[in-house]
Design a protein around this ligand. Structure first.
Ligand code: HH2
Length: 279
C-alpha cells in the first residue's frame, strides 16, 4: 500500500449531548479506549471535544470542559497514542491546557472569533489550527441561513480569518480550512459546498471536511438514526476527496479509511502493487 495523501480525523466526543454519540464516551477510561481504537482503525488525528456544537447545544463552563478533555488527552498519550491530538474547543484556556498536555492541533469551530486569546495561544504553541466557517452560533445557526453565493461568501470569510491568523503570528503552514458543513447551512447549501469543494482547494491550504452522520444526510436518505448514516457519510467523503479535501473528520474511521484508500488509488495514478498479484 502506498502512503496515503489524506488524513482521517477521528471524532472523540467526551460530552453527554453530542448529536450522534453523546454520553457514550463520557467516562475518561472509555473515551481513551475508544480513541486508541480509532487510531488502530487508521485515524491520523484524534479530535477530542468536551463541548457539543450541535444546533441548539448549551454552552459548557470552562472548568467542566477541562474536566472532560484533559484526562482523556493525558490518558491517550500515557497509553502510547501516536496520532496527532486535536482539541475541539473555542475556549483559549482549554486549548492552552490541552496543548500543554500534548495536543498539537486546535480545531476551533469559531475560527478564532470565540475567544480573543485563542489566536495568541495557537501562535505561541506553534500548533496546527483548523479555521472553520459557521454562520451565527450553534444556538441560532440553523434559523434560516442565507448567502449571496454560499461558496464565494465562505471563501471570503476564510480568507479574512486566514489573514487574521497570519497577523497574529500563526504560520501559514499550520493553517487548515473547513467550510463547516451543517454550521448554518441548508441541505442545498451543504450540497453546493460539496459539489464546488474544488474551489476551496484554490486557497492553497489543506481542506478539512466534516459530513459524518450529519442531519442533511438524514434528510436526504430518510435515515433518522445517526447510526444509519454511514453509507451516506462515505459517499460524501469519497466525493470530497475527489474534489480536493485531504482531512476527513469522521466517527466511523475504518470504513471511511477503506473507501478513501480505494478512491485515492483510483484518482492518483499510477497505482503499483508491491505486495501481491491478486485481483
Ligand atoms: N463538525 C462538528 C464538530 N466539529 N469541526 C470541524 N473542523 N468540522 C466539522 O464539520 C465539525 C467540527 C459536529 O459534529 P460532532 O462532533 O459529531 O457533534 P457535536 O458538535 O455535537 O459534538
Amino acid at each position: 500500500m502506498s502512503s496515503p495523501d489524506f488524513r482521517i480525523m477521528g471524532v472523540l466526543n467526551v460530552t453527554p449531548d453530542s448529536f450522534s454519540d453523546g454520553g457514550r464516551y463520557l467516562a475518561a477510561e472509555v473515551a481513551i479506549a475508544h480513541g486508541l481504537a480509532l487510531e488502530a482503525d487508521g485515524a491520523a488525528i484524534l479530535d477530542v471535544g468536551g463541548e457539543s456544537t450541535r444546533p441548539g447545544a448549551a454552552p459548557v463552563p470552562e472548568a467542566e470542559e477541562l474536566r472532560r478533555v484533559i484526562p482523556v488527552i493525558e490518558g491517550l498519550l500515557e497509553r502510547g497514542a501516536r496520532a496527532q491530538i486535536s482539541i475541539d474547543t473555542s475556549k483559549a484556556p482549554v486549548a492552552a491546557r490541552a496543548l500543554e498536555a500534548g495536543a498539537s492541533f486546535v480545531n476551533d469551530v469559531t475560527a478564532l472569533r470565540g475567544d480573543p486569546d485563542m489566536a495568541g495561544v495557537v501562535a505561541a504553541a506553534g500548533a496546527d489550527c483548523c479555521l472553520m466557517h459557521m454562520l451565527g452560533d450553534p444556538r441560532t445557526m440553523q434559523d434560516d441561513p442565507r448567502y449571496d453565493d454560499v461558496v464565494n461568501d465562505i471563501k471570503a470569510f476564510l480568507e479574512e480569518r486566514m489573514a487574521f491568523a497570519l497577523a497574529t503570528g500563526i504560520a501559514v503552514d499550520r493553517i487548515l480550512l473547513d467550510p463547516g458543513i451543517g454550521f448554518g447551512k441548508t441541505v442545498a447549501h451543504n450540497l453546493e459546498l460539496l459539489r464546488r469543494l474544488g474551489e476551496f482547494r484554490d486557497m492553497g491550504r489543506p481542506v478539512v471536511i466534516g459530513t459524518s452522520r450529519k442531519t442533511f444526510l438524514g434528510r436526504l436518505t430518510g435515515r433518522e438514526s445517526t447510526d444509519d448514516r454511514l453509507a451516506a457519510t462515505i459517499a460524501t467523503n469519497v466525493l470530497a476527496y475527489e474534489r480536493g479535501a485531504r482531512v476527513f473528520r469522521v466517527h466511523d474511521v475504518a470504513p471511511v479509511r477503506d473507501a478513501l484508500t480505494v478512491t485515492a488509488a483510483t484518482v492518483r495514478p499510477p497505482w503499483t502493487n508491491q505486495t501481491s498479484t491478486t485481483k
